[in-house]
Design a protein around this ligand. Structure first.
Ligand code: DGY
Length: 322
């Protein structure tokens, strides 16, 4: 039987590339150079499945006309880089990789929180630059997190996992806002209190952590007014999508001391990061590392492969998005 032709737009973990190359007629992006949107659009005519990542763009225009491709197997849980309505409208199934990156992304949120509160990046920069003059009682004092309030915006899988870590490992109190009701069995042992609106969380929390999908109505959900509600002693953490925060407004708020600091793993217009943000000491900046562990990236790849296997075997596809 002829094997389905599939395209991976970037290098994937070796074990997954091996599995897909064994089971499919697989084209690997051996140079790992990002593909243009036009090249991905053209690939829809040449392959049965195209497997992109968060750094690719698949807008509506590439889904017009007839295509050979029948499935987009996204390597990642977030899918705001794909016009899902256009893809589905063109008859393509789209899948993602939920669940397997929850723990690592929550770990990254905690990493940012701790680095920011304890000024870890700043301290490391000082030491590496040879500017550390020795221990002294007032040197680089940070903020103690125990007893502080964490405000989660978006209490899905990753929001809940972040809340658990903050409560059990750091001794923080947790409040949250989620558009829909979160069933109480998902919040066991968390003692988390729901607030009726985002503003209430921003006003009360010492640290705000964002766990919402990007795009659509979440674009610039954190605008200048909402950022200001966090207050001059508050921190904001973003491991979700860059466009959830109005980055220009955030930079202004940081510069003017209207919030104390920001821990960012995601940016508007990645991989570009504004020079002004890079120059600031009261920010911690990571290059979209949320899911970047060997174990998780392998799990994500295997989940894509499982989705493709189900699709091409005519079985129910587990992780479709619409
Ligand atoms: C995702 O999966 O959406 C992350 O942002 C990349 O792992």
């Amino acid at each position: 039987m002829t094997k389905a032709r599939i395209l991976l737009t970037r290098r994937w973990p070796a074990a997954v590339e091996h599995r897909l190359s064994r089971d499919y007629d697989t084209t690997l992006n051996t140079d790992d150079v990002p593909m243009t949107t036009e090249a991905i659009g053209a690939a829809l005519n040449d392959y049965d499945a195209v497997c992109p990542t968060v750094s690719d763009r698949l807008p509506a225009r590439i889904f017009t006309g007839d295509h050979r491709a029948r499935i987009i197997g996204n390597f990642g849980v977030g899918f705001n880089h794909i016009d899902i309505a256009a893809a589905n409208g063109a008859g393509l199934t789209v899948t993602n990789t939920p669940g397997v990156l929850t723990d690592c992304t929550a770990d990254t949120a905690l990493t940012l929180m701790l680095m920011l509160a304890r000024r870890a990046g700043e301290g490391e920069r000082e030491l590496r630059a040879g500017h550390w003059s020795g221990w002294r009682p007032t040197h680089m004092m940070g903020t103690r997190l125990r007893g502080k309030t964490l405000g989660i915006i978006g209490m899905g899988r990753i929001g809940i996992a972040t809340a658990h870590r903050a409560r059990t490992a750091l001794g923080m109190k947790v409040i949250y806002y989620n558009r829909s009701e979160v069933s109480s069995d998902r919040l066991t042992d968390l003692n988390a209190q729901r607030r009726d609106c985002i503003e209430a969380v921003l006003e009360e929390a010492d640290v705000v952590s964002l766990h919402l999908p990007g795009g659509g109505e979440n674009t610039h959900l954190m605008d200048a007014e909402r950022i200001a509600l966090i207050g001059p002693e508050g921190f904001v953490i973003n491991t979700a999508r860059g466009d959830v925060i109005d980055q220009t407004a955030l930079i202004t708020a940081l510069r003017e001391g209207r919030i104390k600091g920001a821990g960012l793993d995601v940016f508007e217009g990645e991989p570009q990061v504004p020079a002004e943000l890079i120059a600031m000491e009261n920010v911690v900046l990571l290059p979209h590392l949320g899911s970047a562990t060997t174990e998780t990236r392998e799990d994500m790849g295997h989940m894509v492969a499982d989705n493709l296997d189900a699709f091409f075997a005519g079985r129910a596809v587990p992780n479709t998005v619409s």
